[in-house]
Design a protein around this ligand. Structure first.
Ligand code: UD1
Ligand code: MG
Length: 451
């Protein structure tokens, strides 16, 4: 049966004590709402309406998802009505989920969809979970003998006897759409909170001869919502652990998952080793046999095979194979670095193309430059790429020797095989094979060239 979904996200989330709407707080680099949408997508549900409030709605543009605004938060039943108004009527399945449950995976959505069976008069399937008491969750009331789900009572409306029930409404539903449309209009708001409860549809369906199926969640912790920043941190730890386990099962060694911070959508080859205190994020890809860590921050990088990156920051940079980085290197955005390059301590690269076998082992800066193969870039040497107004390029050929503490004042070109002396301030181009020293650097000799 085809399925569409309504995701409820219009609540205020006041316990976050934040200027940012609750469902936009991030876990493992993705907003809370992203996780729910991703689980639905993985369960085959692409057509989704998110019920938002007027503050949240404009912030969801980047999600590329349909929204419907609930101006006043009159309850989950009211919110679903608004979601339904945004959907052209159909006769399939409508999944309803809450946006603040980032730990719910695709399989629970699949299970609840599979349990829906209008032919057998099952017009609603919902997820329940056994939980430790006390709990603020709605209680599942079953028929004493037939075991059928008959009603959900919200905790605030429960009698003491009902509060002792430990089977809870998780808040994940699959409705037969025509039945949902039929009963949602009959939901009232005479209850402890004066709200229109979605959960009242259960008694309305059961009372009209339809059946309600229950799917039990194996682990109640996956259906706990996030209400404050303590729960946000707990949920993040669970998601991070899941991401680490996925990669470990695929052949990645993660020495300490608790201090390894991963995001979804990473591509990490087998036999990569990740050492403690490392964060890998964005669209990063890592080739086989590479070691990263301890204490690295890697974002949106493409890293080759057999590299060794220690205590360094690598951002939006492409590294070849067998590259050594760090400790304490900073590769900023836009670098393309060849194979077997050595980048040592306190070295910074930005927007530069670096050829194979280049060495920059100590205290150096290369920005807006290209460096040819096998060039040795001495300790303390820098490209002076900024003249106070413009960024200028430095072109360094192959097999160049850039002496210690050289300042390459851009725009400037060093031809293949050029040499700069220690402390040279290079303000003019150096011809291939040329040798310059001093401030400003002057040519002192030219290597004999073949006639
Ligand atoms: C709800 C269920 C309860 C269940 C629990 C599980 C109802 C009436 N109760 O209770 O049975 O055990 O979830 O977590 O559904 N929302 C809107 N518009 C509104 C009100 C809420 O979009 O007018 C959204 C909220 O943003 C939230 C979700 O709906 O994402 C759930 O609302 P919430 O107020 O948290 O319901 P609970 O009291 O937790
Ligand atoms: Mg809640």
């Amino acid at each position: 049966m085809s399925a569409r979904a309504i995701v409820l996200a219009a609540g205020k989330g006041t316990r976050m004590k934040s200027a940012r709407p609750k469902v936009l707080h991030e876990l493992c680099g993705r907003p809370m709402l992203w996780w729910v949408l991703e689980a639905l997508r993985a369960a085959g549900v692409d057509d989704v309406v998110v019920v938002t409030n007027p503050q949240l709605d404009p912030l969801l543009a980047s999600f590329g998802v349909r929204t419907a605004i609930q101006s006043e938060q009159l309850g989950t039943g009211h919110a679903v009505r608004i979601g339904l108004d945004a959907l052209a009527p159909g006769d399939g399945c409508v999944v309803v989920a809450y946006a603040d449950m980032p730990l719910v995976g695709a399989s629970l959505f699949e299970d609840v969809r599979a349990a829906l069976d209008p032919d057998a008069r099952i017009a609603l399937a919902l997820v329940t979970a056994r939980m430790p008491l006390p709990s603020a969750f709605g209680r599942i009331l079953r028929h004493p003998r037939k075991e059928r789900v008959e009603r959900i009572v919200e905790a605030k409306d429960c009698t003491p006897k009902q509060l002792a029930i430990d089977e809870m409404n998780a808040g994940i539903y699959a409705f037969a759409e025509p039945a949902l449309r039929e009963v949602i209009a009959g939901v009232g708001n005479r209850n402890a909170q004066g709200e229109f409860y979605l959960t009242d549809t259960v008694a309305l369906l059961a009372g009209s001869g339809r059946r309600v199926a229950a799917v039990s969640a194996a682990d109640y912790r996956t259906v706990l919502g996030v209400n404050d920043r303590v729960e946000l941190a707990e949920a993040r730890a669970v998601l991070n652990r899941r991401l680490c386990e996925e990669h470990m099962r695929a052949g990645v060694t993660i020495v300490d998952p608790a201090t390894t911070y991963l995001e979804p959508e990473l591509v990490i080859a087998a036999d990569v080793t990740i050492l403690p205190g490392t964060s890998i994020s964005g669209r990063t890809r890592v080739g086989a046999g590479t070691t990263i860590g301890p204490r690295c921050r890697i974002a949106d990088a493409a890293i080759g095979s057999r590299c060794d990156i220690r205590e360094s920051v690598v951002l939006a940079t492409r590294l070849g194979d067998d590259v050594r980085v760090g400790p304490f290197a900073h590769l900023r955005d836009g670098n393309v670095i060849g194979d077997r390059v050595r980048i040592g301590n306190f070295v910074e690269f930005k927007k530069s193309e670096i050829g194979d076998d280049v060495k920059a082992n100590h205290l150096a800066y290369i920005g807006d430059a290209s460096v040819g193969a096998r060039t040795n870039y001495g300790a303390g040497a820098i490209t002076c790429n900024f003249d106070g107004v413009n960024k200028n390029r430095t072109e360094i050929g192959a097999d160049v020797f850039v002496g210690t503490n050289s300042s390459l004042v851009a725009p400037v070109t060093l031809g293949d095989g050029a040499i700069t002396g220690a402390g040279a301030v290079v303000i003019r181009d150096v011809e291939p094979g040329g040798k310059v020293v001093g401030n400003p650097a002057r040519s002192i000799a030219t290597k004999p060239t073949e006639a």
